[in-house]
Design a protein around this ligand. Structure first.
Ligand SMILES: O=P(O)(O)OC[C@H]1O[C@@H](O)[C@H](O)[C@@H](O)[C@@H]1O
Length: 267
């Protein structure tokens, strides 16, 4: 396998995407809209990410599933658009290829890439970079926020990961609470200052989630009632995923010339 096969242009729905394939057979599909990882299969062939059958896939609305990139605002914690503009903007591919058996790609977003209304609503000079790499049954993501301007700005960031599960009612999440966490219905909780290593247990499958730079985590599932109210989710689909999101909900403003990096690893 050569470097050219490691990252191939494709589409997902109507969206341009990049398909990453590592020499050992792991695969990931990332749309340029949102630099959104929408599918990740390990070398074992198993899909790890949920994507709703009713998700918009034409750039009219954020994708419901995969790993939405949340920036510069988390949910409605601010006066800007819900969960920020990064997930609804078209990113550029900066780099792609193979690195010691890892298939990788780096995506970038700067103010000149934004729709005018987003650039006007958040008038800061910044550059975002998201590096996604896969090998064997492992995924790494590194999210960098750089202040390229002359004034500081505050921001929030998260990788809003929708993990595909057999049945949300039987999963256990370790590391966010004192006891293991089980979810039976609607659940939406923010954990500030979490352990850097969490685990998702889904029957016999255990995923280890490591985060560095992201101090917080959010666990979310809409439950039956809220899922039914979401136009881009089928009523029963809430059973097939749980969101565990490495997040930076608060923090010091980013100074001119400085960068913040959040790393995330799933294996
Ligand atoms: O529907 P959205 O904008 O993708 O948000 C989904 C959920 O995202 C989670 O991160 C929030 O904690 C929830 O409150 C929110 O409902």
């Amino acid at each position: 396998m050569n470097h050219l096969d490691a990252a191939v242009s494709t589409t997902f729905g109507q969206l341009p995407a990049l398909l990453l394939t590592s020499p050992d057979g792991a695969q990931a599909n990332v749309t340029l809209y949102g630099a959104h990882l929408i599918s990740w299969r390990g070398a074992d062939g198993r899909e790890r990410l949920f994507c709703s059958a009713k998700s918009a896939l034409d750039g009219s609305k954020a994708i419901r599933g995969g790993v939405p990139v949340i920036f510069p605002q988390f949910a409605e914690r601010g006066s800007g658009m819900r969960h920020g503009f990064a997930r609804v903007s078209n990113w550029r591919v900066l780099d792609q290829g193979l690195d010691e058996g890892w298939a990788f790609a780096v995506f970038a977003l700067a103010p000149s890439d934004l729709a005018p209304q987003h650039a006007q609503a958040w008038p800061h000079a910044f550059e975002l970079r998201l590096r996604i790499a896969i090998r064997a049954n492992e995924l790494t993501m590194a999210f960098e926020v750089r202040n390229t301007g002359a004034t500081p700005f505050p921001f929030a960031a998260a990788l809003h990961t929708y993990f595909l599960v057999d049945d949300v009612g039987s999963v256990r999440i370790l590391g966010v609470e004192r006891e293991e966490l089980a979810i039976s219905d609607k659940f939406d909780r923010v954990y500030q200052g979490v352990e850097p290593r969490l685990a998702l247990v889904d029957g016999g499958v255990v995923l280890t989630l490591r985060q560095d730079g992201f101090a917080d985590a959010v666990v979310w599932n809409p439950g039956l009632e809220d899922a039914a109210a979401l136009a881009d989710m089928a009523d029963e689909e809430y059973r097939r995923f749980v969101c565990i999101e490495p997040a930076r909900l608060e923090g010091l403003a980013l100074q001119p010339g400085e960068a913040w990096v959040g790393e995330y690893q799933v294996s």
